[in-house]
Design a binder for this molecule. Structure first.
Ligand SMILES: Cc1ncc(COP(=O)(O)O)c(C=O)c1O
Ligand SMILES: N[C@@H](CCSC[C@H](N)C(=O)O)C(=O)O
Length: 405
């Protein structure tokens, strides 16, 4: 018999609850209170004011620490709120390196700070490890990484970059946005990352009914500095949103597994039809092996090109089950054109410099029946004229700019 000494697997930890609640409530209680009475003038007790701490937030943060393999986590009002807290750890004029395919909102905040002279931001292609190494200097104070990136699905070698950066400057802070993979598929803190953050608006909550962000670290001094900023600025997540996020988290494993299974089938279908598909679960992805070496799965977001902006627009608008919306990680499937939607905050010139195709379509796959999803896409492809049926009723790409792989 195996000795029962191992910690829980993540699937178990997500649904496990051990309450210290006075009534043994099996679901974490909601402390919808801004203030807490003190025992006396000199004894404040554990909580005084919800901006500084709240039992529902503490419950959530402990659960998140267990699944993210962190010492401490902090729940804040959005993914962008996480980034705002993290950049406040820097000093005026500090040099930072960021990827050249970051979520549009991340790019917007870093560009704003760069323009104001708060930071000096350098963008580089993180998939090129040697290039990244050549750009890291003792003056580099923070490095922002995403892998796979949103929306170009570029993969970087997180451990190689983190190890090299720490060897050049032991105090450099490696910041990793793990929104795409979730703690289920990737543990960036195991790869040398100092601070991991995620937009919990996406998979962690999974139902698109709250905005939230989570910051995680194993470094006690960084945790102290992060907490200081959160308490000082008041961006801690509200009790009710903490409660909803705790509820959403319980189904993370089943949702992500199902979404990923659907996504693999859709990626294969799109590639077979002849589109250029970006998905790290396909062997055609340039960093397929690297992604496999640092993640447990390919996730449920992919993007593909049609060769024409007009054609892409027609496809997007012809879908029925796939809703036209920004965001991802919800239980229902979404379709979008990043250059017009989620990444419109990156100006057209920069998008072109970074080879971001204007015709790019992003699919965020949900938990629906896979046959319905493929039928919805097939109908949209036929209606838009992107694909046609041959005499044997087989689909073929009517505009094969990207020859069948
Ligand atoms: C990869 C990534 N990081 C961070 C964010 C920001 O998260 P939020 O919308 O919760 O502020 C988003 C999307 O918004 C995202 O796609
Ligand atoms: N109008 C919003 C766009 C949010 S994009 C949300 C998500 N990260 C995605 O990639 O779809 C903004 O200006 O931030």
């Amino acid at each position: 018999m195996v000795k029962p000494t191992k910690p829980h697997h993540i699937e178990t930890e997500l649904v496990f609850s051990k309450s210290s609640d006075q009534f043994n409530a099996s679901v974490p209680p909601l402390y919808q209170s801004a203030t807490f009475k003190q025992e006396s003038l000199s004894n404040m007790g554990e909580y005084d004011y919800t901006r500084s701490g709240n039992p529902t937030r503490t419950y959530l943060q402990h659960k998140l620490a267990a699944i993210m393999k962190a010492n401490q986590t902090f729940a804040v009002t959005s993914g962008m709120g996480c980034l705002d807290v993290i950049v406040r750890l820097l000093l005026p004029g500090d040099e930072v390196i960021a990827g050249d395919d970051l979520y549009g909102g991340t790019h917007r905040l870093l560009t704003y700070m760069n323009a104001k002279g708060d930071l000096k931001v350098f963008h580089h292609d993180t998939t090129n490890t040697e290039l990244m190494k050549s750009k890291i200097t003792p003056r580099t104070k923070m490095i922002f990484l995403e892998s796979p990136t949103n929306p170009l699905i570029k993969v970087c070698d997180v451990k190689a970059i983190s190890d090299y950066a720490h060897s050049v400057n032991p105090d450099v802070i490696i910041v990793f946005d793990n929104t795409m993979m979730t703690p289920l598929l990737m543990t960036p803190l195991d790869l040398g990352v100092d601070i991991q953050y995620e937009s919990a608006t996406k998979y962690l909550n999974g139902h698109h009914d709250i905005m939230a962000g989570v910051i995680a670290t194993r470094n006690p001094s960084l945790a102290e500095r992060v907490y200081f900023v959160i308490n000082s600025t008041g961006c801690g997540l509200s009790p009710f949103d903490c409660w909803l996020l705790s509820r959403g988290l319980r189904t993370l494993a089943v949702r992500v597994e199902r979404q990923q299974r659907n996504c693999v089938k859709i990626a294969q279908f799109l590639e077979q039809v002849g589109f250029k598909v970006r998905y790290p679960g396909l062997k055609s992805h340039p960093q397929y092996e690297l992604h496999r070496s640092q993640c447990l799965g390919a996730g449920a977001v992919l993007s593909f090109e049609t060769g024409s902006v007009t054609l892409s627009e027609k496809i997007v608008e012809a879908c029925d089950i796939f809703g036209i919306a920004v965001s991802f990680g919800c239980v229902n499937s979404l379709i979008s054109m990043p250059c017009k939607m989620s990444h419109a905050s990156i100006d057209a010139k920069t998008r072109e410099e970074r080879d971001m195709p204007e015709d790019l379509i992003r699919l965020c796959i949900g938990i629906e029946n896979i046959d319905d999803l493929i039928q919805d896409l097939t109908r949209a492809f036929l209606k838009s004229g992107a694909v046609k049926l041959n005499e044997r009723d087989e689909l073929f790409n009517a505009f094969p700019v990207h020859p069948k792989l």
